[in-house]
Design a protein around this ligand. Structure first.
Ligand SMILES: C[S@@+](CC[C@H](N)C(=O)[O-])C[C@H]1O[C@@H](n2cnc3c(N)ncnc32)[C@H](O)[C@@H]1O
Length: 256
């Protein structure tokens, strides 16, 4: 019997779009307050392009703030789920390396957990082309809070099983360094928040991460079964508090 090909990490989400939409964490209102402070304008009425929109978790919140959002998403499965959830929000099929959008037409471009899937040497000038002068590029990631002991211990177990994962905090650091390389000056902000979820939901969230999606299914199932046993010991009522630090990087298109 031949083993089915595994999806590349950037496209691995398409097979689990419904699980992704149901269990991935959202983003807190304070994140959007911070984006407004840094852009110097309300999101209400702003022309926002949400790239790597996935199932629309961030898009829905931006639209809820009154932004005129156009979503960009390359993946078939994620785009189908997006259309089911947000049928009235325009979705353009495309990717951040070559945005299918006209020059200087966006006030804000957002990438929620998705910029690390692009080639920054291409996606950065693309974002600058599509932003109006003075417009803002905002990139963010929900990072499990490393100061919370059970999350730090879980991170160690995942790193041990999946090989060295930098984690999203590592990603943000790397991208800030890349900003220097690309001559883009990123401002780094952080927003803390948490949500209380059942163990089943927590494991479904974990299982929708790309490092589990690209490994053999038996291997992922074995890890998640063991993880359930660890967490049951720590949280006998099977309710747990997922704590996050949102790492936000912003930069503006120069006005001259
Ligand atoms: C972790 S998901 C984030 C989805 C959504 N923004 C959210 O906050 O839940 C990453 C998304 O990036 C998309 N993606 C992969 N490669 C991309 C690229 N080169 N440009 C833009 N998006 C990409 C994937 O299809 C996926 O939907």
């Amino acid at each position: 019997m031949t083993t089915p090909p595994r999806p590349s990490r950037a496209h691995s989400f398409n097979a689990v779009a419904a699980q992704y939409a149901a269990h991935r964490p959202s983003y807190p209102p304070a994140l959007f307050d911070t984006v407004e402070e840094l852009t110097g304008r309300p999101l209400s009425g702003a022309r926002v392009v949400d790239v790597g929109a996935g199932t629309g978790i961030a898009t829905a919140l931006l639209a809820g703030r009154g932004a005129h959002v156009v979503a960009v998403e390359p993946g078939d499965g994620m785009a189908s789920q997006f259309r089911r959830t947000l049928p009235d929000v325009p979705l353009v099929r495309g990717n951040g390396n070559a945005l299918p959008l006209a020059d200087a037409t966006a006030d804000v471009i957002t990438y929620a957990q998705s910029w690390h899937w692009t080639e920054p040497a291409r996606s950065t000038p693309e974002a600058m082309r599509v932003l109006r002068p003075g417009g803002t590029l905002a990139l963010w990631w929900n990072v499990p809070d490393p100061d919370v002991p059970w999350l730090a211990a879980q991170h160690e177990r995942i790193s041990g099983h999946c090989g060295a994962t930098t984690g999203a905090r590592g990603t943000a650091d790397r991208l800030r360094a890349l900003g220097t390389e690309l001559d883009v000056d990123f401002t780094h902000s952080q927003v803390r928040w948490s949500r209380r979820v059942h163990l089943d939901a927590h494991l479904a969230n974990l299982g929708s991460h790309s490092h589990f999606l690209v490994m053999a299914r038996d291997d992922a199932t074995a890890f998640l079964t063991e993880e359930r046993a660890h967490l049951r010991k720590e949280f006998p009522d099977e309710m747990l508090e997922e704590s996050y630090v949102v790492d936000l990087l912003t930069t503006r298109r120069p006005t001259t």
